[in-house]
Design a protein around this ligand. Structure first.
Ligand SMILES: *Cc1c(COP(=O)(O)O)cnc(C)c1O
Length: 358
């Protein structure tokens, strides 16, 4: 028997979530963001399940992986290029680049390419991470328009810093600064990530850029995916590999941090931080055994966790376990582990097989 851990990837949920994006932003084209191995779901799996207008990735390696899989849609390198040496491949594979820094413009002006590139100029409207300051935009646009390696028209984007909080005024002010800065410049515009897409319809513009919502998780701290009619695209599964009758006072796992308050059955599940289950998930984090909620107890090990089976006395070795996904929102596990669904999904390690379900 092989180790029973697997991440089931629900193609139907991915397609449903993209349909939700299209229903919420019917007048925008969709750039599906599938960086970080499709938020841990497997970049090729996700690309096979979706049919967006373009893809957004973080780097050339991810883009080439898509082109090798036969993906013909536009692919946008969301951080642009990191070194001039990448540019010949970018031109050869017809990838769009984000330009967020003067140095990238200088590089583009210097090189000779086989074809001009499609360029997205990224404007910093308040995130203060990547992007050109609004007052520098006109100068940058002039240089890009004069550059023989740039294919007109330039597209424009910005990124929201607080779209995950629905009552935040900064999203509206970032949007206002973006539209004022661009004024009558020709070319498509893009601002909304999942939070902007669901919460600020006025920011949908020509292109929306959903990531997390495609995978069925909510971008908002206080809502789960199902609250915004999304379906989980990943169910992380395993099985019970041991059940033991422990005695009152027995300490469970590394550090003996959890002490049995009475004689009780304890189950061992084959899943651990070596698979990407968060080591910081505390006792009390829910786990589904045979579809019933039980609690994690003791520390998370590399390959195993232990669960309290007092409410499930009939549980046996081989019983099915869900760590998150169908029946147990990943957002709930994220709240217990004091992180966000994004991180949990991305951190599933390569040893966990991704199994595609239709
Ligand atoms: C990751 C990313 C997104 C997607 O964000 P979500 O919150 O996952 O929807 C959109 N735009 C850019 C530039 C990104 O880097």
């Amino acid at each position: 028997m092989t180790r029973p851990v697997e991440a089931r990837i629900h193609m139907r949920a991915l397609a449903h979530n993209l349909a939700r994006v299209r229903a919420v932003a019917p007048h925008s084209r969709v750039m599906a963001v599938i960086k970080a191995d499709g938020y841990g779901h497997g970049i090729r799996n996700v690309a096979r399940a979706l049919d967006p207008d373009a893809y957004g990735v973080a780097c050339l390696e991810e883009a080439l992986c898509l082109r090798e899989a036969g993906i013909a849609q536009p692919i946008v390198l969301l951080e642009g290029f990191f070194a001039a040496a990448e540019l010949p491949l970018i031109a050869q594979h017809d990838l769009d680049v984000v330009i967020h820094h003067l140095q990238q413009v200088e590089t583009l002006e210097r090189v000779t390419l086989s074809a001009p590139l499609k360029v997205w100029l990224k404007i910093d409207t308040g995130m203060h991470r990547l992007g050109v300051r609004p007052e520098a935009v006109n100068g940058m646009v002039e240089r890009l328009n004069a550059c023989r390696n740039v294919q007109p028209p330039i597209a424009y984007m910005t990124h929201f810093a607080r779209a995950d909080a629905r009552d935040e005024a900064t999203t509206a002010s970032q949007w206002a600064l973006f539209t004022q800065t661009l004024n009558s410049l020709p070319g498509p515009r893009s601002a909304a990530n999942s939070g902007g897409l669901l919460g600020w319809p006025e920011t949908h513009a020509d292109w929306v850029r959903p990531g997390i919502m495609l995978y069925g998780a909510s971008p908002y701290a206080d809502l789960d995916g199902s609250d915004v009619r999304l379906e989980p695209a990943m169910t992380l599964c395993s099985r019970l590999i041991a059940v033991s009758a422990l005695r009152r006072g027995d300490a469970v796992g590394y550090g003996g941090t959890w002490i049995c308050p009475e004689d009780m059955p304890v189950g061992v599940v084959a899943i651990g931080y070596g698979d990407g289950y968060p080591r910081h998930a505390p006792a009390g984090t829910p786990v589904l055994v045979n579809g019933q909620r039980v609690s994690l107890i003791g520390r998370v090990s590399m390959d195993m966790i232990t669960v309290d089976l007092r409410t499930l006395a009939q549980a046996q070795v081989g019983d099915s376990v869900v760590l998150w996904g169908e029946g147990l929102p990943v957002e709930e596990i994220a709240r217990h582990a004091e992180t966000i669904a994004y991180e949990l999904l991305c951190k599933i390690t390569p040893r966990v097989p991704r199994v595609m379900l239709t």
